[in-house]
Structures are given as C-alpha cells and as structure tokens.
Design a protein around this ligand. Structure first.
Ligand SMILES: Nc1ncnc2c1ncn2[C@@H]1O[C@H](COP(=O)(O)OP(=O)(O)O)[C@@H](O)[C@H]1O
Ligand SMILES: [Mg+2]
Length: 281
C-alpha cells in the first residue's frame, strides 16, 4: 500500500506527499533520520547523483519540509570530500548561498557511511529544471534579460564570499543545476563539494595532469574554463575559472534553449581544441 501511495505521490506530488507523511507518521514504518536531536521523515526523492540522493524530508515535530542530501561514502577520500563540503557550508552565511542546518553520519551494515545533510527546501528546484519547464518567449529567449541579470547578479553576490575568502576559494562547478530557486524565486548557489583553493601554479607536468584529471571529474564540461581542459605546468590558475563558468551560465544556460545550450557546449569544445575564439552570436 505504501509503495502504491509513493508511486502516486511521484505523479501528483503536493497533496499526496502530505498524506503519505501523515500515514507514515501514524504507522511509524517510514525511514527516519535524526539531525540535531530532531527526527525527520524521509520522503520523495528529488534527485539522484553518482553517490548522493536528495529527498524531501519532514520534521516530525513541526511538520515543516526540508531537503535532505544523503551521500554514501566508502573510502577515506570520499569521507574527506563530504567533510570538506560541510566545512565550506559552515564557513558562509549569506542569503544567496545554501544554508546547512545540520548533518549526521550513520554507519551501514556493509561498512559504508551515509551522511545526511539537512538544507532548506528550495521549492522551485534548480535553474536547470526551471529552464526545462519554461517555454521560450517570442524573441526565442527563455528568461528575460532582466531575469537573467538578476540571477547572475545574486549568484555573484554569493560567489563573492568564496573569492574574498582567505585564501581565495573557487566554487569550480557553477551551472544552472547548482543554482536553486527558493519559494520567492531567489537564486541560491549550492553544491560546494568541488570548492578548492583558487590560486595554484602546478610546478611539474604530473601536478598539472593531476589538476586536469580532477577538473574532468569535478567541473561540469560545458561550463569548464579552457585552462582546466589542458592544464600546463607553471600556469597560474585563479578564481577566474568561476568567471568563465558564470559567462557560460548566463549565455548558454539562461538566454538560450537547452538545444542552444548543447550548441554552446560544442562551441566550448571547438574553442578549446583549436584555440579559435568563436562567440556564437
Ligand atoms: N535544498 C534543495 N532544495 C531543492 N532541491 C534540491 C536541494 N538540494 C539539492 N536539490 C536538487 O538536487 C540536485 C542535486 O543536488 P546536488 O547537491 O547538486 O548534488 P550532486 O552533488 O550529486 O550534484 C540539485 O540539482 C537540485 O535539483
Ligand atoms: Mg550538483
């Protein structure tokens, strides 16, 4: 019966989700997690990554909804990665940066850990999902110029804290999928797992290759700065890698359809391979 309700919920979210939360809270068989000494019911899955799942979750005490990112870790490196993501969240407090309310790590039977991060629920989802839902306007653009500038401006307000941090940090994965919209449509930058020390100069070929491989795994390709595709030793890398991503975010992600967004991706690759700077407008 629960499965049937969950499947129905996937289709017609809102009301069904509340009914399920209510039924589960009575039956008490639904999976819970305790964060900051408070119990939360784990509900509908919003998103799924390679090692993480994001769920809607509900406080048993207040009934209020939150987002819960559950990250599965098996190796020491993965655990350090999660701790780093938490540390970056805890460094900042800004309206355009996603706030971390709390976290908890649970050991599973197989030896893996699951760390649950509790965030405010941004009910309008990511800018990427907003783009997917949106129909282009008469002029062919998806967001109006003023909407796009407003999103960019507020993402910059949040990002400024990374770049002004001492030492300077770069977010390294700015893209519409990592910008959420809260219930009032305010953009909030999130997913701080790729954040790194911004200024570095690889001293050797192997150090340069190591950075290049790391970037290939952690910085989404259509938004990745050219200097990260082919990292040279002795080249100064700085927080300007984020500025490149912001340009792609504004141009490819906001002004154009997802089709044109793919088109931009091709251009980025062409630009990087041939070093010919083609601006597709
Ligand atoms: N607080 C939140 N509110 C609403 N949706 C969220 C929230 N956090 C994450 N999501 C959704 O989950 C997706 C993946 O989250 P993210 O932290 O970027 O995970 P990953 O590290 O796997 O990329 C986001 O693109 C967004 O759609
Ligand atoms: Mg992400």
């Amino acid at each position: 019966m629960m499965k049937l309700l969950e499947e129905t919920c996937d289709r017609s979210k809102g009301i069904c989700e509340r009914i399920i939360a209510y039924v589960y809270s009575i039956v008490g068989s639904r999976k819970c997690v305790v964060v900051n000494g408070e119990e939360f019911l784990i509900g509908r899955r919003i998103a799924e990554g390679a090692f993480s799942y994001v769920y809607v979750t509900q406080s048993k005490r207040t009934g209020k909804h939150f987002a819960l990112k559950r990250i599965i870790t098996q190796t020491k490196e993965q655990r350090q990665g999660v701790n780093w993501e938490i540390q970056v969240h805890e460094t900042f407090n800004h309206p355009n940066l996603l706030k971390l309310y709390g976290f908890v790590t649970e050991r599973q039977n197989g030896g893996a850990d699951v760390t649950s991060l509790l965030f405010p629920l941004c009910t309008r989802g990511s800018l990427e999902s907003a783009l997917q839902r949106k129909r282009p306007q008469k002029s062919g653009v998806f967001f109006t110029e003023s909407e796009s500038i407003r999103y960019l401006n507020q993402v910059c307000e949040g990002l400024k804290l990374f770049h002004n941090h001492s030492p300077a940090w770069a977010h390294m994965d700015i893209k519409p999928g990592n910008v959420l919209l809260d219930s009032r449509g305010k953009p909030v930058l999130m997913d701080f797992g790729s954040t790194s020390i911004a200024r570095k100069t690889p001293k050797s070929r192997s150090e340069a290759l190591h950075i290049q491989e790391w970037a290939a795994e952690n910085c989404s390709m259509p938004y990745r700065a050219p200097e990260l595709f082919e990292v040279k030793s002795q080249v100064k890398l700085t927080e300007s890698v984020d500025i490149w991503s912001l340009g792609c975010f504004l141009y490819g992600g906001l002004f154009f359809s997802l089709k044109s967004h793919t088109h931009t991706r091709t251009h980025t690759q062409i630009q990087v391979r041939t070093r010919i700077w083609i601006l597709p407008f």
